[in-house]
Design a binder for this molecule. Structure first.
Ligand code: ADP
Ligand code: GLC
Length: 485
């Protein structure tokens, strides 16, 4: 199949979270399965254009504003995926992806991502790529089906194109004023019908949900959760009505996340050499100046956002620090959390350490060096870190939501092959009690070793997920064909 895959971030080039991991690994798996897939993303400042090859300039129609000229680049050195970059200084010539250095969203995010969406159509045309599937991801590119039905309706290149939207997160929907309608050129009827409009403004994710031929989310449980008010962020009604809504669990790129070959960690190990995992714990303790003790070390890596349960961790911190454990936290985001965790680290240097910022190597070292990995998310569409943790024999302690619930098998006495600890209530009590339980089990060597063994044997292959996406693409194509008849 010919697939045009568009995302605002792709790992290896620009990343703020799991979307980037998926946007690199899924196309790689689809390409391996003999699909012709082209990935398009913006060329932010973090991407060195001198390592890329220019394919020349390209005009992108932006309604009343006329045509914007950008440059198209390709990374010819990337053997895993065919990836293209839209270089347009005015919109992408910045360090941040979505926010400025103070954490405020850029005021022109609407225009920036409408532009990316439109430019992606132009990339297909420039490359003479006859597209079977337009695969958009999250709100940034979820207006593409509506653009297809208007601006590119009669374009040869898209005559047979069906559309698929993957929702990685319902919280962020791309809500803007109607001023973007002109540059989007989708026509006012798209606004007046129940497509883009929400409370007099525009909701881009809503448009993707209502207009794509098929919609997927990144775990089966999340695909159900989002049809409820608790997880639907106001769009649950549309998701309840939506046919062809599926949950396809993300996989893991085991070329990147595998303790046997991980280039970032102090000592490689696998299930047969699990005794070497301790050397990574020592390394982590050394990096963070923690005493080299054999007590449970609990790791956390993630965005400091309410989604990730950071308020729960903050609320539980004094109770957690009463226990004989060590905690290492890597992340950035909400300023209060950055300040709070730094403060705790300075008061309890023997028990608690944090690195504020984004650090790829450290994320790997924490996966390898921790005994347990904490993810108390309020909601979690899929979650990748708990799946990485499993591969590293680092036992996840998670709240049973979304992908966390789908991937972690609780040590509850009746679940087969348990690989972690789960709690249900979103409270600090539930978190503290579950950590206490996990710490208790840590000292029951046989039970804990069994958890590690089960965890390390789990495989979440992208090949299987890619196979499911192919089925989804076929359904989308079928739906489009039947509708056109
Ligand atoms: P989300 O996409 O909601 O942030 P995921 O669990 O799907 O959550 O993916 C997060 C990804 O981002 C993982 O690959 C994780 O290792 C990485 N990550 C998050 N924060 C950091 C950080 N501060 N430093 C390094 N990697 C990080
Ligand atoms: C989102 C979700 C996360 C998911 C990731 C990749 O950022 O918050 O749960 O794993 O997308 O799909």
């Amino acid at each position: 199949m010919n697939i045009l895959f568009v995302a605002s971030e792709v790992a290896g080039y620009a990343k703020s979270g799991g979307l980037a991991d998926v946007a690199a690994a899924l196309p790689k798996a689809l390409k391996k399965r003999k699909n012709n897939i082209k990935v398009v993303m913006p060329r932010y400042y973090s991407i060195d254009k001198f390592k890329l090859t220019s394919l020349g300039s390209m005009g992108v129609p932006m309604g009343n504003w006329g045509e914007f000229w950008c440059e198209l680049f390709q990374d010819k050195n990337n053997k895993d995926i065919d990836i293209y970059f839209i270089d347009y200084e005015r919109f992408f010539g910045r360090n941040g992806l979505y926010d400025d250095e103070n954490g405020y969203a850029y005021a022109d995010n609407d225009e920036r991502f409408i532009f990316l969406s439109k430019a992606s159509f132009e990339v297909a045309k420039k490359l003479n790529f006859k597209v079977d599937i337009i695969h958009s991801n999250d709100w940034h590119t979820s207006i593409m089906p509506t653009i297809l039905k208007s601006k590119y309706k009669y374009d040869e290149h898209f005559k047979n194109s069906a559309t698929v939207l993957t929702i990685h997160n319902m919280q962020h929907q791309g809500k803007f004023s109607t001023k973007i309608l002109d540059s989007a050129e989708v026509g006012w009827e798209a606004f007046m019908s129940d497509n883009l409009e929400e409370f007099g403004g525009v909701n881009l994710l809503k448009s993707g949900i209502t207009q794509s031929d098929a919609v997927s989310t990144v775990s089966p449980k999340y695909s159900k959760e989002i049809t409820t008010p608790e997880f639907g962020w106001g769009l649950e009604g549309y998701l309840q009505k939506r046919e062809l809504l599926f949950g396809i669990l993300n996989g893991v790129d085991y070329d990147e996340w595998n303790p046997a070959i991980d280039k970032y960690i102090a000592k490689n190990y696998d299930i047969d050499t699990i005794k070497d995992k301790i050397l990574n714990k020592r390394d982590l303790q050394k990096i963070f100046n923690l005493p080299q003790k054999d007590i449970p070390l609990i790791g956390f890596v993630g965005r400091f956002a309410t989604q990730k349960g950071i308020e729960l961790i903050a609320g539980a911190i004094w109770d957690l620090l009463q226990m004989d454990i060590q905690i290492v936290i890597l992340g950035s985001g909400e300023k209060w959390a950055e300040g709070f965790f730094s403060d705790v680290a300075s008061r309890y240097p023997d028990k608690f350490a944090t690195f504020i910022g984004y650090n790829e190597a450290l994320a790997h070292k924490i996966e390898a060096g921790s005994d347990m990995f904490l993810m108390p998310s309020l909601f979690e569409p899929c979650g990748l870190n708990q799946i990485y943790s499993l591969r590293y024999g680092t036992i996840p302690i998670v709240r049973a939501v979304g992908g966390l619930d789908d991937t972690i098998k609780n040590l509850d006495g009746y679940t087969q092959n348990p690989n972690g600890f789960k709690f249900y209530e979103a409270s600090k009590y539930a978190l503290v009690n579950t950590v206490k339980w996990a710490v208790d089990v840590y000292y029951q060597k046989e039970v804990f070793d069994n958890l590690i063994k089960n965890a390390m044997q789990e495989r979440f292959s992208w090949d299987k997920a890619a196979w499911k996406y192919e089925k989804l693409y076929k359904l989308a194509i079928l739906k489009r064909e039947l509708k056109n008849e």
